[in-house]
Design a protein around this ligand. Structure first.
Ligand SMILES: O=c1ccn([C@H]2C[C@H](O)[C@@H](COP(=O)(O)OP(=O)(O)OP(=O)(O)O)O2)c(=O)[nH]1
Ligand SMILES: [Mg+2]
Length: 147
């Protein structure tokens, strides 16, 4: 179990801290810390504050992922999904939403607009080589195995 420190920021009054909505949920749901309702027009993107900041151990990152219900029902998703919260970030966690639906979408304060999933990040050291080992795939990509 990792310990992650969380700090409530000004403007988070009345909001819950991120929490899992079921015992074995992967993600902590994130509430919109908007002061007033915000309308997202079709095709529009917006950065939504969440009202908190984190201090994670170096072994972790947090991924900001869309909620499937918003995506399925309204075409609302995270433009940069999964958003990356670095372990050394101490600013407000924000959610970059885009409206890929056909209708305007209203974001109200406290609405659960995304989820945050913690992942371990292996510490990696890159070693430069003149050549790499051969594989069957080689440089095949982007559908080279067929559609
Ligand atoms: O959905 C997101 C994505 C990023 N961030 C914050 C936390 C993260 O640690 C920082 C940098 O994110 P990223 O590395 O994706 O952005 P960048 O364009 O590379 O910015 P930087 O040069 O600051 O790393 O921005 C969020 O709050 N929400
Ligand atoms: Mg970056």
């Amino acid at each position: 179990m990792f310990q992650v420190q969380i700090k409530r920021l000004p403007g988070s009054n009345g909001l819950d801290l991120p929490r899992k909505m079921s015992q074995a949920a992967s993600g902590f749901d994130l509430q919109a810390a908007v002061e007033e309702p915000v309308t997202l027009a079709p095709g529009q993107r917006i950065l939504i504050p969440t009202g908190f900041a984190l201090a994670m151990p170096i072994e972790l990152e947090a991924q900001i992922r869309p909620r499937s219900g918003l995506a399925y029902k309204h075409g609302i998703t995270c433009l940069n999904s999964p958003g990356t919260i670095d372990a050394d970030y101490r600013g407000e966690v924000k959610v970059l939403l885009i409206n890929l639906g056909q209708e305007p979408f209203v974001i109200n304060r406290g609405e659960r607009i995304a989820q945050m999933v913690f992942q371990t990040v292996p510490q990696v050291q890159l070693e430069e080589r003149e050549e790499l080992s051969d594989t069957v795939r080689g440089s095949g990509g982007f559908g080279h195995t067929g559609v």
